[in-house]
Every structure is written in structure tokens, then in C-alpha cells.
Design a protein around this ligand. Structure first.
Ligand SMILES: [Zn+2]
Length: 106
């Protein structure tokens, strides 16, 4: 059982500070990357077929942006979370005492 080094309380909780931060950053980066790749697909999209139609190209691009943003955000968030776990283990204090507020690594 992990206890607080300051007040000896066992009311401690994991912080996951690095994981949360990295997950947020990763999600944003992934969403931006997904949308950017969908936008580049939009620019080359109309060349797929002469009779494809502008509406079809626009709908396809819109779907691409949505899917790219959602999928990219999800993948980026998951990858960021993994990277954040490593940060949590190496850089940040892992535990926080809920009695006195002190953070520490056992
Ligand atoms: Zn404490």
C-alpha cells in the first residue's frame, strides 16, 4: 500500500498528469493531421473522374474531413496516452495525497 511521505495517509491517488496532457495534445495533433490529409485529398479529388460532379466531390471531401478528424483524433489520443504513461513513469510525480495535497513518487 502506498502512503504519503508527508502525513503518512494512505489516501493517495494516481495523477496521470503526463498521460492526460499527452493524450490531449496527441488527439489535437491527430485531428489536425487527419483533416489536413483529407484536405489534400480534396485538392486531388476532382481528377478522379470527369463526370464525378462537384457535389459528389464536396460530399466526399466533407466526409473525409470528418472521418479524418475523428479517426486522427482517436489514434493521436491513444498514441499520446501511451507516450504520457512513459512520461508519468519517468518525469512526473505519480501520486497525489488527498489529505495534504503533496505529490510524490514512491
Ligand atoms: Zn499527505
Amino acid at each position: 500500500m502506498t502512503t504519503c511521505p508527508n502525513c503518512k495517509s494512505d489516501c493517495v491517488q494516481l495523477r496521470h498528469k503526463g498521460r492526460k496532457a499527452a493524450s490531449t495534445v496527441g488527439g489535437l495533433a491527430g485531428a489536425v493531421g487527419g483533416i489536413a490529409s483529407a484536405m489534400s485529398g480534396l485538392q486531388s479529388g476532382p481528377s478522379y473522374g470527369p463526370n464525378g460532379g462537384t457535389l459528389g466531390a464536396m460530399l466526399g471531401a466533407l466526409a473525409g474531413v470528418l472521418v479524418g478528424g475523428i479517426v486522427g483524433g482517436g489514434v493521436g489520443s491513444a498514441l499520446g496516452g501511451k507516450a504520457g504513461d512513459a512520461l508519468d513513469e519517468g518525469l512526473f510525480d505519480q501520486y497525489e495525497c488527498t489529505s495534504c495535497g503533496r505529490t510524490f513518487t514512491p
